[in-house]
Design a protein around this ligand. Structure first.
Ligand code: ZN
Length: 76
């Protein structure tokens, strides 16, 4: 086992397979975020990232992070 800094808040944590680069708190926040985004896209399938931002109030930076991660996951 090794120690890593959480990619989001920088908190030092044990690196375990389930936690990846985020601490438990941030992981939970991200899960909620992705549920909100997916829920919005289900009702607005043609929404752009700006529409999601306006509709959900999630900061654009977080949405771009989310989008990039989705893309990375799709390739792996
Ligand atoms: Zn964190």
């Amino acid at each position: 086992m090794s120690l890593v800094n959480c990619k989001d808040c920088g908190k030092l944590q044990l690196k375990e397979s389930w936690s990846r680069e985020y601490c438990a708190d941030c992981l939970q926040k991200r899960t909620k975020l992705s549920i909100t985004i997916r829920g919005f896209l289900e009702t607005h399938p043609k929404a752009t990232i700006l529409d999601v931002h306006r509709g959900t109030g999630i900061p654009l930076g977080k949405l771009l992070d989310y989008q990039r991660e989705q893309r990375e996951q799709a390739y792996t």
